[in-house]
Ligand binder design. Structure first.
Ligand SMILES: [Fe+2]
Ligand SMILES: [Fe+2]
Length: 303
């Protein structure tokens, strides 16, 4: 495999980076609701020219709340997946065991971090924002698939976090510093997760038959379709949250335009950025050139 990822190096990086939830939120660290939370590359609200700038800001922040909730949701199934994988081999390579447990510990910390930010959001935002779930049902569905199918879906999720930060946030001076700090600290640790999940997927592939590999790509598509159904439902929630927060009466055409724009933004944020990520495609192409082609064929719907 053309990479130099190792459990030892990932563990060393993780120990160097390690931050605490309280370093990032709480005390005098608050969200600034006069600023956008999400980069426009993901929020995509500015194209809704019938909205006033402050309404665009509100919709951007609603997308920020959705981002917090969505990562809270997906990390709920990443955590047991990593724990289960680590549990199978608790002796042997000490670096491997420690790196995987560190990975799991960081995801548990991220779940906590996203919850803290959601609480901070709810305390400061004008009205209630709904979110799909419950997380237990999503976890149960996702984890009912094979370890390889789920591993590929998780690899997709790890890579999108990096892309979101590098392409939209890193050099962005307009965002709320607090939300930017969340995305930065998440990215710092997810950088190790992309490598560790690549190693997990490669180790699971070793014992998989060609039939199981084909099945895993079908399962990846099934998990993607399941998340896309959630995205469609969440789009309705985001639009409703906007109406509740602003009190604005949207005309039928405005509502349709907002729904289409939010749906496109969400699909790009959670699905398209992964299905077109070069490193993700490299790994899946090494497992199955045919599977990679299937993902490339699906991707335009989410871009
Ligand atoms: Fe995470
Ligand atoms: Fe992660």
């Amino acid at each position: 495999m053309p990479h130099n990822y190792s459990y030892q190096a990932a563990l060393a990086a993780s120990e160097r980076i390690g931050w605490k939830v309280d370093d990032i939120i709480g005390g005098d660290k608050h969200l600034d609701f006069t600023k956008p939370f999400m980069p426009e590359a993901l929020a995509q609200v500015k194209q809704l020219s019938f909205l006033a700038p402050e309404e665009q800001l509100t919709l951007n922040q609603i997308r920020g709340h959705e981002y917090l909730a969505m990562f809270g949701l997906v990390e709920e199934f990443i955590l047991p997946y990593v724990v289960d994988h680590a549990r199978l081999q608790l002796s042997g390579d000490d670096y491997r065991v420690r790196a995987l447990l560190q990975f799991a510990g960081e995801e548990a910390k991220h779940i906590h971090l996203f919850k803290r930010f959601r609480q901070e959001f709810e305390d400061g935002f004008a009205s209630r924002c709904d979110f799909i779930g419950p997380a237990e049902d999503v976890s149960r569905f996702v984890l009912s698939h094979s370890p390889l199918g789920v591993g590929i879906a998780i690899l997709h999720i790890e890579w999108i976090t990096l892309r979101h930060y590098i392409e939209g946030v890193k050099d962005n001076q307009n965002l709320d510093p607090q939300f930017k700090s969340l995305l930065k600290h998440h990215w710092l640790e997810e950088s190790q997760h992309t490598k560790l999940d690549t190693l997990i997927v490669e180790s699971v592939v070793k014992s998989a038959s060609p039939k199981e590999i084909d099945q895993a790509f079908k399962e990846y598509a099934e998990i993607g379709a399941f998340l896309d159904n959630g995205i469609k439902q969440q789009t309705e929630f985001d639009v409703e949250s906007f109406v509740n927060a602003t009190g604005r009466n949207l005309s039928k055409s405005e509502r349709e335009a907002m729904t289409a724009t939010v749906l496109k933004g969400m699909r790009w944020t959670y699905l398209g950025t992964g299905m077109t990520h070069p490193n993700f495609l490299t790994t899946v192409g090494q497992i199955s050139p045919e599977g990679k082609k299937q993902i490339e064929a699906m991707a335009p719907m989410f871009c």
